[in-house]
Design a protein around this ligand. Sequence first.
Ligand code: SF4
Ligand code: SF4
Length: 409
Amino acid sequence: MSDEGHMIPPRGAPNWLPGVMAPAEEDVVSCVSCGLCLPHCPTFRVTGRETASPRGRIFAMRAVMEGRAEVDDEFATMMDECLACRACETACPSGVPFGRMVEAARAQVEARRPLPERTARRLGIGWVLARPWAIAAMGAGLALSQATRLERLLPARFSRTAPRVGLRQLLTRVPDELGEGPTACVLTGCVMDVASRDVQAATMRAVAGAGFRAVRGQARGCCGALAMHHGHPEAAKEMARQRIAEFEGADVVVANAAGCSNHMKTWGHLLADDPEWGARAAKVAARVRDLLELDLHPIPGERGAVAVHDACHHVNGQDMRGPLREVLRRAGARPVEIPDDGRCCGAAGLYSVLQPELSGELRTQKARAIAASGATVVACANPGCAIQIANGLREIGAPVRVVHPAEYS
Ligand code: SF4
Ligand code: SF4
């Protein structure tokens, strides 16, 4: 009985599926339900629903953890609608680690999906992204469908959110090695190596310009961030092991995408329980640098006003707001803030495909805010954001070009 005389439902055993990653109890109980994170949560701001807020999501996790609720459809919707942007984590005065909690909760949701759906997701997120030839084939298929306009036959949720892959992009040659100095192994990745090969080539120049022998990762493939983000930790671990084996000989490991660098820095934590890989993972993770953390020397020029889009995985994941502005200044540009309090653009991995309504609303809001900044160029250093923003700007007819800061090298 509580002080007010109400019955408190008895605590039962957790309803988490055994053997599957789940939110840690100490993380869940660290939330004091103050609600200070709510105004910072993009899904709460768009919907106004407590069930689409960080506090509501943590409340739901606690109910499952205490055996008072199940991982049912309602719970799945609450976790699926989250962008995992971690704006709540940055705003939270109690230090609640929401990012890792929602990733673990999603692993529980995925484990309970009907088999055909689970298998399809595992195939797309785990199997394709772990195989460079499959990623390349996907890129070629996308480029072909766009060149022949066959993409009009695809459902709108794909055609409106896919990157524009010009044949020129696919044919762009990226040097395997450039520069002199300590060895910096550069992640090839997945989306970036299909949609933005010119950025990949520019990244090699930028890393070499920062005083390294830039070596392009030869095994090629995804770092596992997308798999982790969407509730497939086992696939994420498999990809982490592949990349760690690839990078062990490097002095530093560089990623030019915020989502990748942020995730790769957590490899030690991800594989901590693995007796063979735990220590190796921690060692490589400690050498990971986001491209913007290097001492970059872009080619200076008269570049005018450039709007700055901060990727969530830079500001919320890595506390990195300054470096992008500094690189732009060094390149001769005048950084301009986007008038929307740095809200998420709604890309969030595959969120734009899986949650088209919420993502579409955030895409439009972001595009309008960029247009309102008055700049004709917007810089961002994450491929998901770049694709989402370019699509949003095209939708509202705003003539603003999207650039990656490496392109000034
Ligand atoms: S991660 Fe982003 S979308 Fe999810 S609850 Fe936190 S602020 Fe909201
Ligand atoms: S996550 Fe943090 S800010 Fe949000 S309700 Fe919980 S304690 Fe408060």
